[in-house]
Design a protein around this ligand. Structure first.
Ligand SMILES: [Cu+2]
Length: 149
C-alpha cells in the first residue's frame, strides 16, 4: 500500500496535480538602502503583479528594514503582515486586489511598495488614500499608476 501510494503521489506531482502547491509562483522582494536605479530606500521590485496563491518573501539586502501593512491597505479579507526589522517575512496572497505596504522606519522617505494580486482593482482608491507620510505618499501614488489589468 505504501509503495502504491508513493507512486501515485509522484505521478500526481509529475502531471501537475491541482492540489499541489508547486504550481504557485514564488517571488522575492529585496529591502535595500539603495535601489539599482540609484534611489535611496527601496523595495525592489517595488511593484509586483502576481496571481492568487502566489507567495512573496521580503528579504533584507541591507540592515534596518521591514515590510508591513495594515487593514486599510489591503483588499477586504486580504492577508496583512508585519515583518520584524532585519528578518525575512513570507506572505501568501489568496485574496485578489491591491496591497500597499511600507517599511516602518523609512515610509516617509519613500520606502513603500505595491502588490497587485489577480486583476481586481476594487480597493485601489482606498490604497491611494493610505496614510503614509512625506515621500512615501508620492511614491505610493506612482506605484499605483502601474496597477491595471
Ligand atoms: Cu527601510
Amino acid at each position: 500500500m505504501g509503495r502504491i501510494f508513493a507512486t501515485l503521489l509522484l505521478t500526481a506531482f509529475a502531471v501537475g496535480a491541482p492540489w499541489a502547491a508547486a504550481s504557485a509562483a514564488e517571488y522575492e522582494v529585496q529591502m535595500r538602502n539603495k535601489g539599482t536605479d540609484g534611489q535611496a530606500w527601496q523595495f525592489e521590485p517595488a511593484f509586483l503583479k502576481i496571481a492568487p496563491g502566489d507567495t512573496v518573501t521580503f528579504v533584507s539586502a541591507d540592515k534596518g528594514h521591514n515590510s508591513e501593512t495594515t487593514e486599510l491597505l489591503v483588499p477586504k479579507d486580504g492577508t496583512t503582515w508585519k515583518g520584524k526589522i532585519n528578518e525575512p517575512v513570507k506572505v501568501t496572497f489568496d485574496q485578489e486586489g491591491v496591497y500597499a505596504y511600507k517599511c516602518l522606519p523609512h515610509a516617509a522617505l519613500g520606502m513603500v511598495g505595491v502588490i497587485q494580486v489577480g486583476n481586481s482593482v476594487a480597493n485601489v482608491e482606498a490604497a491611494k488614500n493610505a496614510k503614509i507620510p512625506g515621500k512615501g505618499k508620492t511614491r505610493l501614488a506612482e506605484l499605483i499608476t502601474q496597477v491595471g489589468n
